[in-house]
Design a protein. Structure first.
Length: 258
């Protein structure tokens, strides 16, 4: 399964990061780093109406290499004027990202930024804070219950939010037991990459009032947005459609108006 391969490759990458900056030093830097006078990731998604998270990624296992039609600076300018938060892929081997990529985007945008990666080690959370991330992605499928609780708590201690990604009823129940405030539902099955938007509609009934519900993956057109709005979704995370658009900001504004 591709998810297992990604996690194994991440385990091989981590020692390289720690060799550059020790975990002790990264933790010290993280504890000193705080963004001030900036909205949190959760605040950006909790407002009335549909919130949009615009993603930045260079590749994915399902799409291969992604060639953006506009440069990074122009893309972030468009996002700054239209979306509510930014998602940045930092996974190296399968998504073409780097930690420095997020750091670069941080200098271009005041928006809350989600570090989208495969978080399996405390070091990655300290690193995320130092890079300027406001939130991290926690994937229920690669974490046990104890890890999920501990990582949610660590994220909060570092002044960040956690988007806990689920794929089915069991994972969503686990996320709720971990007291996750932001629940994501990935419409793409990471085992075979099939996409079913109905996954978000089905699981929405399990999300209690007061939690923030985010739909991820497979959102490419007007009908998808209309369907998800009817499914009690608070926010959508959009990658491919924005990466392939010449004017992602205009597309985001259009979808917000539906």
């Amino acid at each position: 399964m591709i998810l297992d391969k990604i996690v194994e490759d991440k385990k091989l990458r981590l020692p390289q990061h720690k060799a550059k900056v020790s975990e002790k030093e990264m933790r010290r830097l993280a504890e000193e780093h705080r963004r001030t006078n900036a909205p949190s990731f959760s605040q950006a998604l909790a407002k009335s109406g549909l919130s949009i998270i615009g993603e930045v990624k260079k590749a994915s296992p399902s799409l291969g290499s992604i060639k953006s039609k506009i440069g990074l600076m122009d893309r972030i300018k468009e996002y700054n004027a239209s979306v509510d938060a930014i998602s940045c892929l930092t996974e190296e081997d399968h998504f073409g990202g780097t930690a420095d990529y997020l750091k670069e985007i941080r200098t271009m945008s005041p928006l809350p930024i989600l570090r989208k990666d495969f978080m399996i080690d405390e070091y990655q959370f300290y690193e995320a804070r130092v890079l300027g991330a406001d939130a991290v992605l926690l994937i229920a499928a690669i974490l046990d219950d104890a890890q999920m609780r501990e990582f949610c708590q660590l994220t909060e201690e570092l002044g960040m939010d956690a988007l806990v990604e689920t794929h089915d009823e069991r994972e969503l129940e686990r996320a709720l037991k971990a007291d996750a405030e932001i629940i994501g539902v990935n419409n793409r099955d990471l085992r075979d990459f099939t996409i079913r938007l109905d996954t978000a509609r089905r699981l929405s009934a399990m999300v209690p009032q007061g939690k923030i519900f985010v739909a991820e993956s497979g959102i490419t057109g007007d009908e998808d947005i209309k369907f998800l709005k009817k499914s009690r979704v608070d926010a959508v995370l959009i990658g491919r459609a924005f990466m392939e658009a010449e004017r992602p900001g205009k597309l985001a504004e259009h979808w917000k108006s539906l």
